[in-house]
Design a protein around this ligand. Structure first.
Ligand SMILES: NC(=O)c1ccc[n+]([C@@H]2O[C@H](COP(=O)([O-])OP(=O)(O)OC[C@H]3O[C@@H](n4cnc5c(N)ncnc54)[C@H](O)[C@@H]3O)[C@@H](O)[C@H]2O)c1
Length: 252
């Protein structure tokens, strides 16, 4: 039996990049996987590729009603929820703080931070209705960023949102640890996904890579491996933590 067999996992932003890699690894390890994404076609393409009973869901995680319906759909299909990866997120073109309009500030906070609150709220409510398995009810991994630990100049809204995700992670761990729920976060460094290749200017990417010990971007699978370990029972005594997965770039 593989280590994730019989587990039910939800991955937001699962249509490509890091989320797709998490969904793929989990599916290969025997989990039943729901892939939720703003893009129905991306989610469906991943579900079709993974095969089996993979479930594709079109969801805007910045909409609380949609998030509640997402969790309900997973439970309707698979009967419970064991792992939740709150991973969906966006980036933005870098600018100086003084040049940002309120509209882009609010949009970033909604999609990259408030969405994590919505997801945690409805996932934990579901966990609390479930019977415990080996004293555990469920585990969450939120995707923060290196920008949740240090500043990303040019990205004040992204930096604030990703720091906020770590705060939510700590509160989740403290409030629900006694009820068999773990909440942790991963903080990826620059990772080779469409988010980076389509939006980060080459000069900035080159500068960032110079600060990385291995001089390369992460691969989605590098990040997925760490995220899945954090959610798994192998990390049963790890709660409220922020795991930096970046080849040693942020450490000084
Ligand atoms: N790639 C990196 O270098 C990097 C570094 C640190 C943190 N992260 C974080 O990792 C996560 C995944 O990033 P990625 O690089 O795989 O990005 P990506 O753009 O390749 O994939 C993100 C997916 O999230 C989906 N999405 C966006 N907004 C959504 C919404 N409102 N509702 C539902 N789905 C939505 C997109 O459709 C897309 O399929 C994000 O939270 C990102 O901030 C990425």
């Amino acid at each position: 039996m593989t280590v994730h067999e019989g587990k039910v996992a939800l991955v937001t932003g699962g249509g490509r990049g890091i989320g797709e890699s998490i969904a793929e690894r989990l599916s290969q390890a025997g989990a039943q996987v729901a892939i939720a994404d703003l893009s129905q076609s991306r989610a469906q393409a991943v579900a079709d590729r993974l095969g089996g009973d993979a479930l594709a869901l079109a969801v805007n995680v910045a909409d609380e009603d949609a998030v509640a319906a997402m969790v309900a759909s997973v439970v309707e299909r698979f009967g419970r929820l064991d792992y939740a990866f709150n991973n969906a997120g966006i980036s933005d073109t870098p600018k100086r703080l003084v040049d940002f309009e309120a509209e882009s500030w609010h949009h970033m906070i909604e999609v990259n931070m408030t969405s994590v609150f919505y997801c945690m709220k409805h996932e934990i409510r579901q966990f609390l209705t479930q019977e415990t398995r080996d004293e555990r009810r469920g585990a969450i991994v939120n995707t923060s960023s290196g920008a949740g630990i240090i500043a990303a100049p040019g990205q004040p809204h992204y930096t604030a949102a990703k720091h906020g995700v770590l705060g939510l992670t700590k509160v989740g761990a403290q409030e629900y640890g006694a009820e068999g729920v773990r909440v942790n976060a991963i903080c990826p460094g620059v990772t080779d996904t469409p988010m980076v290749t389509s939006s980060l200017p080459k000069e900035i990417l080159d500068q960032v890579l110079k600060t990385m010990p291995e001089g390369r971007m992460g691969r989605p699978d590098d990040v997925a491996a760490a995220a899945i370990w954090l959610c798994s029972d192998e990390a049963r005594w790890v709660n409220g933590q922020s795991l930096i997965v970046d080849g040693g770039g942020v450490v000084r």
